[in-house]
Design a binder for this molecule. Structure first.
Ligand code: 0GY
Length: 297
């Protein structure tokens, strides 16, 4: 990690390598963010970290460098419930990006529809105490009910230690659910470790719970590649739930405090967790297209 002249966190690699793996045509980076630019899209007063500017042009340059075709821009906590920076990223992508918003429970139906028109297809509920002050479950359920008619899904970010406590809440969500980074299990325990087992039990409880098989860099922080523990724990998950997994870079890697990952190296994890062309196509094309561009899927 480094900082900009004004002290903001620079959490992305300055010169990512070109991956050896070539994603299939139409591949979607289904978990990434934009930050600002701050002069046009200020950060939330409640932001828990202050990142450098990482706007849409930088994201699209990375997309092209890595060999991807589309992005799903997920509203990052530093922008609070003002989705303008995310909507700007989608608007600038010429149809090649869609997004996931974070909304205030008081949002009107007209505002939800405007988000839909701007390319939003899901809402994110964040339970990480280091990122948000409040995670009101009753209000989240209410939001989930209200977005259901729009055909959206819910994206949830939590850590493994609260999974059991969250189960009744998750059970009450009426829409499809996507879990960020598999609920952050301890991958060193392996596929049959307690935390992966608990997460697999969640996946087995409903066939409309999906997950992002993302962030070896976070789940094995602070080690760098080759992220063998991640690969060993996640490859069987992709093989068991091939129609319910998504992949993304997590660029610009919000608030990474230790080693900043090389996005090319992250892409090279894909063929190690999805070892056949069929699994890779599901992970990178079929599955994200079903959720974010269903009209084309
Ligand atoms: C991620 C992970 C993190 C941050 C955020 O919205 C955010 O600020 O999602 C994190 O700090 O673990 O998926 O981007």
């Amino acid at each position: 990690m480094s900082t900009s002249a004004d002290g903001r966190i620079i959490s992305w690699h300055p010169d990512p390598s070109r991956p050896r793996f070539t994603p299939p045509p139409g591949a979607v980076d289904a978990h990434c963010h934009v930050f600002g630019p701050m002069a046009e899209y200020p950060f939330s007063p409640g932001a828990k970290y202050l990142p450098g500017d990482a706007g849409p042009e930088m994201l699209f340059a990375l997309r092209d460098r890595l060999g991807f075709d589309r992005n799903v821009i997920v509203q990052a906590s530093c922008h609070g419930t003002d989705n303008a920076a995310t909507l700007n990223g989608i608007a600038k992508a010429n149809g090649k990006a869609r997004g996931v918003a974070v909304v205030d429970p008081a949002i009107s139906d007209a505002e939800l529809e405007a988000l839909h028109d701007g390319g939003i297809r899901g809402v994110r509920f964040n339970f990480l105490k280091r990122l948000v002050d409040n995670a009101p479950k009753d209000k989240f359920i209410e939001i989930a009910r209200r977005i259901q008619p729009l055909g959206w899904h819910v994206v949830i970010y939590f850590e493994a230690d609260i999974l059991e406590e969250l189960r009744p809440f998750l059970d009450a969500i009426p829409t499809l659910i996507v879990v960020d980074h598999m609920g952050r299990p301890d991958v060193r325990q392996g596929y049959d470790g307690a935390e992966m087992k608990a997460f697999r039990a969640l996946l087995d409880s409903r066939d409309d719970i999906w997950t992002k098989v993302t962030c070896p860099d976070r789940l094995e922080e602070p080690q760098g590649p080759p992220w063998n523990d991640f690969v060993n724990a996640v490859r069987p998950l992709v093989e068991t739930y091939p129609n319910r997994v998504l992949w993304g870079t997590d660029w610009p890697h919000p608030n990474m405090q230790n080693a900043v990952p090389d996005d090319g190296a992250l892409v090279d994890v894909i063929p190690r967790i999805a070892v056949t062309a069929d699994l890779q196509h599901k992970l990178l094309v079929t599955n994200p297209m079903r959720l974010y561009w269903p009209e084309e899927a």
